[in-house]
Write a protein of this length. Structure first.
Length: 181
């Protein structure tokens, strides 16, 4: 669950230090570098990962999940999946996929997802973007619906006027120096 909510790999979770958790603007963040690639990343901790950290962090130890062993987790994962009614075989790494898809589906830019996952190349992250094509199709359907009503008039003067206003407002958003008069 921690990996699915942070995008962190097993080794990064296993070696997570209390000193890597910092308060920034009133929120708890993990500030570290991927063990595999050395790429720096930041992950804002939501309520659920904070609760998991509180459960496993021990007094006197810097490492939060120091008792967590991969073979133990891998051995228990099929049991948890069965209890949840999931018959597909999945690995711990699938939690990172889950994070990436949730982040992209909720509007996080692919560059940010790539940085959080610690990918050295954005093309690795683009694999997840393909999965979200269904959501992209939905955006285009909504845009098409809006444009249909925008252009649903036979009054060419009215269409020209709306287009001019649309273009002017878009240019206004770009920069004050690029505005049309």
């Amino acid at each position: 669950m921690f990996s699915a909510l942070t995008g962190m790999s097993f080794i990064d979770i296993r070696q997570l230090q209390k000193s890597e958790i910092q308060e920034i603007d009133g929120h708890q963040w993990i500030v570290s570098a991927r063990k595999k690639t050395g790429i720096p990343y930041r992950v804002r901790l939501m309520e659920q990962p904070i609760a998991i950290i509180r459960r496993y962090a021990s007094e006197g130890r810097e490492q939060i999940f120091d008792r967590c062993e991969y073979h133990t987790v891998a051995k228990r994962l099929p049991i948890i999946l069965r209890e949840c009614g999931i018959t597909k075989r999945i690995s711990f790494h699938c939690a990172r996929h889950t994070f990436a898809i949730m982040a992209l589906n909720n509007g996080m830019p692919i560059e940010s997802v790539s940085r959080i996952l610690g990918h050295s190349n954005i093309t690795t992250t683009q694999i997840y973007a393909k999965i979200t094509m269904k959501k992209l199709d939905g955006y285009f359907l909504r845009m098409e619906s809006g444009l249909t009503s925008f252009f649903s008039t036979n009054d060419k003067k009215g269409i020209r006027s709306r287009l001019k206003n649309l273009i002017l407002s878009a240019l206004h958003l770009l920069s004050p120096r690029k505005r049309l008069r």
